[in-house]
Design a binder for this molecule. Sequence first.
Ligand code: PMP
Length: 283
Amino acid sequence: MTRTVYVNGDYVPEDQARISVFDRGFLFADGVYEVTSVLDGKLIDFAGHAARLARSLAELDMAAPCSDAELLEIHRDLVARNNVTEGLVYLQVTRGAADRDFAYPEHPSPTLVLFTQHKILANSPVAEKGLKIISVEDIRWGRRDIKTVQLLYPSMAKMMAKKAGADDAWMVEDGLITEGTSNNAYIVKGGRIITRHLGNEILAGITRTAILRFAREAQMVVEERAFTLEEAKAADEAFITSATSFVHPVVQIDDAVLGNGTPGPVARRLREIYLEACRSAAI
Ligand code: PMP
């Protein structure tokens, strides 16, 4: 079945969607994106994603392509037109097409593209099996708080993990873990949940915000601070969060097996709480 995708105001079959070769997203990775999950045909945390999109755009002096209400309508339309009960909506905004020039065009006309993907989220086998992680040097740019489409290094790191027989990579800068290739990283030690504090070094995950709130509401102790690779390898358990994985347990970091090598209780509990809360708050 061909998907219906959204391009600059039109809903079109995916094979008829067109973007200019002069689009600055294509030429300069001059664009930002969001991924919103769909469960039971409804959007998870749309407001959080819309707010982060607005922030990413503002940091790059890009105008919003439309209002949040219009964005919500497009998301819902696409979910309905493509019969998505479980999966995701991908949204990308670029500065649009202009003659190739490093300077931003004076009168940009932004490109807005959205499409859907079906994906099993709630019953993901990874939740039961856990992830094997390798550590790699974090050589990304210094503004990881902006959700740009320049994802080549995270993509390379994912391939390094695959080649090493692992599932994903955590990135390390000055001996400290920043985050996963496409997720936030957490360890649990002595009952305390430790995850990197926000800053330019990591993306402020929408799932991270929700998980930390739920953890605190459940009387769990949360420490938002940088942690070392050594601390991570000696942790009782570890996990990641992202919009499409929710909470996935980590069972191995490089050659260090965590606990007994199976998903830990904190990750399991947080995944349960998150799924339940999201289902009831989805729109
Ligand atoms: N960090 C990075 C680098 C990411 O790419 C993502 C997912 N896009 C996240 C963290 C998690 O963010 P979210 O919970 O909003 O999906």
